[in-house]
Design a protein around this ligand. Structure first.
Ligand SMILES: *Cc1c(COP(=O)(O)O)cnc(C)c1O
Ligand SMILES: [Zn+2]
Length: 454
């Protein structure tokens, strides 16, 4: 991928931004640092190192203090990601600004699914379908919006596999930005409608996500894109930090401790990378007790460049052309792929992939066991969890958290062909009595009652 560098001084929309605001706009964040060479740059709308073109990430100076007091302050905060404002690149008064206030989604104890999969060490689903636009993307956009405000951008934009477009549209509407978002032209109807309904501009690009992303990179370097903040391109360092809140929430909801295993979906790999960053911060700040944890990455077989590299023992990720129903994860050239490989190997995890058929089965399995209707990305993580257990790569006696990052209502097509009414009958009791499904239903019911389980 062509990486583009924008000097802070000449970046669109930054000229004239008052420096005093800049000093407090990013809270504990002090600089951007290069993941490759460590070079530091001032906080600005830049995403690639001017020395080596490596990706930039937010660096912090956290006040050293009593972990007990920090935990108490967090617990007293709002029921959304802003409870973690002291650990994010946002101003201290962020909770009072117009924002979608995502996060603090449910961590569901999944005993039925655990029984089905043979997990004995405890299994939880972190259900991010409960966010305002029904995917985890509200977390990353919420942080990017605050950065866009600080840099004086007037339009919010992104290249999206679907969920991000909706999250940006909604956040722009709430925060008073114009929006113009770009998606591959062939996305699911649920995602297209959701991205358009908030009133911003939505543009379908004739190409796949990687084409859309390349297009957006060009637009950033062109006067046509003046004043535009692309949440996942020129605001990417800030955007990425939003995923740390998944790590914070999981640990807090477990009673301020680390799980043994986390199963995370991979599109660009940003989410997985930043979950690891969040866990490391919790350890460093003394908010959780240090112990080993394993991070597992999940992809669809039809777009599995990271899984392929992991299995082949490669350090580089060879791009692929995606072909899968898991469109939210269909990034053939994942920017953070190499870092995902590092993390999976360092923590003793793995990266695995499942077929579209296994994705559909896993969506239904999660729905049937826990009452959670996941989008295809959730089918990918649950399907991969099952495969990791079956292949002995994940210890079923360890405590595991599996992520569901989106809502099944947005990807109805995945399950619609194999899901529907048990029968369509006339409105009389004889019709019910004669229906095939009803015989089986009543037999099962009677057996349950006799077994004393009803
Ligand atoms: C975007 C997305 C992800 C992860 O994306 P990354 O680019 O890897 O951070 C996971 N699940 C869903 C549903 C998404 O929309
Ligand atoms: Zn560098």
């Amino acid at each position: 991928m062509a990486v583009q560098t924008i000097a802070t001084t000449s970046a669109p929309g930054t000229t004239g931004a008052p420096e005093t605001d800049r000093d407090t706009a990013f809270g504990p964040a002090v600089a951007l640092s290069c993941r490759e060479c460590g070079e530091r740059f001032p906080l600005g709308p830049v995403f690639a190192c001017q020395e080596c073109f490596g990706p930039l990430e937010v660096a912090y100076e956290f006040p050293s203090g009593d972990p007990e007091a920090l935990r108490a302050a967090i617990e007293a905060g709002p029921d959304n990601i802003w409870r973690y404002a002291p650990l994010l690149p946002v101003p201290a008064d962020v909770a009072s600004r117009p924002n979608m206030n995502p996060g603090f989604t449910k961590l569901v104890r999944a005993d039925n699914l655990a029984r089905e999969l043979g997990v004995t060490g405890g299994l939880h689903v972190k259900d991010d379908s409960g966010n305002p636009t029904h995917s985890f993307k509200d977390r990353v956009v919420a942080i990017a919006v605050e950065a866009a405000r600080a840099f004086g951008f007037t339009t919010l934009s992104c290249s999206s596999t679907g969920n991000l477009a909706g999250a940006v549209g909604a956040a722009a509407a709430r925060a008073g930005f114009r929006s113009c978002v770009f998606i591959p032209h062939d996305l699911e109807a649920g995602k297209v409608v959701m991205a358009a309904v908030y009133g911003g501009d939505l543009v379908g690009i004739e190409g796949n996500y990687d084409d859309v992303n390349r297009f957006c990179s060009e637009l950033i370097g062109d006067p046509l894109g003046e004043g535009w903040g692309f949440v996942n391109v020129n605001l990417r360092p800030y955007y990425g930090e939003g995923s740390k809140t998944l790590a914070y929430e999981i640990c807090e909801q477990l009673g301020w401790r680390l799980p043994d295993n986390i199963v995370v979906p991979i599109a660009s790999g940003s989410q997985l990378t930043k979950i690891d960053k969040g866990l490391q911060e919790l350890i460093r700040l003394g908010l959780v007790e240090e112990k080993p944890y394993r991070i597992f990455g999940a992809q669809a077989a039809g777009c599995s460049p990271v899984s392929t590299a992991f299995k082949n023992g490669h350090d580089v990720v060879r791009p692929v052309k995606p072909d899968t129903i898991a469109k939210s994860l269909a990034i053939g050239n994942p920017a953070d792929g190499p870092y995902v490989l590092d993390i999976a190997r360092r923590t003793g995890g793995a990266v695995e992939d499942v077929t579209d058929e296994e994705v559909v089965d896993a969506i239904k399995l999660l729905a049937r066991t826990e009452g959670i209707f996941a989008e295809t990305a959730g089918g990918v993580t649950v399907g991969v969890l099952r495969k990791l257990i079956e292949s002995g790569q994940l210890d079923p006696a360890a405590e595991t958290v599996v992520l569901n990052t989106g809502d099944g209502l947005k990807t109805l097509d995945a399950v619609a062909p194999t899901t529907g009414p048990s029968a369509v009958i006339r409105p009389d009791l004889d019709s019910l009595r004669d229906a095939d499904f009803f015989r089986k239903h009543t037999t099962d019911d009677r057996n349950s009652r006799e077994a004393g389980l009803a």
